[in-house]
Design a protein around this ligand. Sequence first.
Ligand SMILES: Cc1cc2nc3c(=O)[nH]c(=O)nc-3n(C[C@H](O)[C@H](O)[C@H](O)COP(=O)(O)OP(=O)(O)OC[C@H]3O[C@@H](n4cnc5c(N)ncnc54)[C@H](O)[C@@H]3O)c2cc1C
Length: 472
Amino acid sequence: MSGRASAAANLPTDDASSLPAKNFGSEKSAPHIAIVGAGLTGLTAAWKLQRMGFAVTVFEKSQLIGGRTLSIRKDGFVFDTGAITLLPTYTNICSLVEELGIEKHLHRVNPIIGIPRGGKMHHLDISRPLRSLIGIQLISLGTKLRLLKLLGPMMRTWKKSNYQSLAALAEWDQETVADFVRREFGEEANEYIAGPVIRGNTLNSTACAPAGELLWMLRQYAAPFIYAFDQGINFLAETLAQRVPVELGAEIIDIKPIGNQVEIKGRCAQGEFSRTFDACILGLPPPQLSVLAPNLSVRQQQFLKQCKSLVSVNLHVGLRRRPDITETIILPPESEQPVLTTIVMDHLKAPGRAPEGKGLVTFYLRDSWCAENFAAPDAQILASVMEMAKPFIGDLSADVESFVVQRWPYAIIKSSVGLYRQIADYEADLDLNSRVQIGGDFLSMGMEAAVSSGAAMAERIGRIVSVATAKP
Ligand SMILES: Cc1cc2nc3c(=O)[nH]c(=O)nc-3n(C[C@H](O)[C@H](O)[C@H](O)COP(=O)(O)OP(=O)(O)OC[C@H]3O[C@@H](n4cnc5c(N)ncnc54)[C@H](O)[C@@H]3O)c2cc1C
């Protein structure tokens, strides 16, 4: 096998474990758990189990750590080419950062959100959301007053919106965001508030996403700042991979529970292999889970197979000078720019991501455009996107020093009406006592969902395997 994960520079040393470790006698007799996937789900599960005293091995099919939190270091820039936004509402990630002792790499940013309308940029300050919304000239006074009614559903769903599962939002799964917002708050609210929130965060459209997604997004951003890692978003996964054994270039192709053991078959550069473990955790996206996970119910199999993938082709640009732009994030409404959904001034988020005096900008685009342009050459994507962005950030094409085009055939689950009810059905069929636990980010959304899922699966395996081990 291709060996352990490569070391990232200047990683902090391991802290003392504060979790109670299980006593399995000698290290040799500690039950051995296989974990499939070195994304945040798998790595969190591995870390938590290791802290409980289990032996763990993470299998990763690619040569890279982190899955969809991929940071690419090139020409002095740190390009975050997958996930980009880390929120203070990600409480499990915040605890993990503390456990790992890497808090000093996490920086707080008070982002200025820009929403353009008719040639003017309007600013939303999330540290004072209500004051900012009252003062903003983006929407009329009538729409602002109507939007106050949104506080009711937000408060009703506040506790139900969590990163473990969106099943509790099933009552908001009967109509699209567009239908809900147009009816309750009017077209202006759909175009200039709901549109940027949904497009900017999920690349999806308000005409597709279920109404609950808007409430969920607003809940997630209920904090006055965002976080960013100075070493790139993948720093978290890279740090975890320093602490647990990871076998890179090892693709798992079959998983079979046999009595109290789980047989795992895989392939690597040296050929095929077969190994036996005490239990197994799969931390994968739905397309891979649907082919690999054993013992799924018919409903679960159907759900995983039918999950629609949100395709992303995102562009990351290193600029030889910092643009004179104060907005951290720009969210163009559909009527202003149908394809470009999000512009992030990454150099404003954390020090160290771009060389001194240089700029770093990320562009996200509508999923339908990404699907159509998935195979387009990098230079063509760069030229098209820089042209689309001109009305909002000016012509920066002469300042491009370095760039990365990243293509994700599966970025996140593409939500549509009915999704939350399908999640509830999927969960109802989960076997919480199985030695093969299945998870990922797809029951909720984003990195916090992945970390929560990894931690929950570790807790379940910890319980199942130690109970069995304790039996005479
Ligand atoms: C463009 C983009 C933007 C995003 N923006 C944000 C954001 O701003 N904020 C946020 O919170 N989230 C965001 N996300 C989502 C976030 O990245 C994911 O929720 C999270 O990283 C998922 O982690 P995971 O471990 O569940 O899956 P993954 O990261 O996909 O990890 C799965 C791993 O398993 C490996 N694997 C697959 N099959 C096998 C096999 N058979 N054998 C062995 N290994 C296998 C894969 O190579 C991969 O490394 C974004 C994602 C993308 C793509």
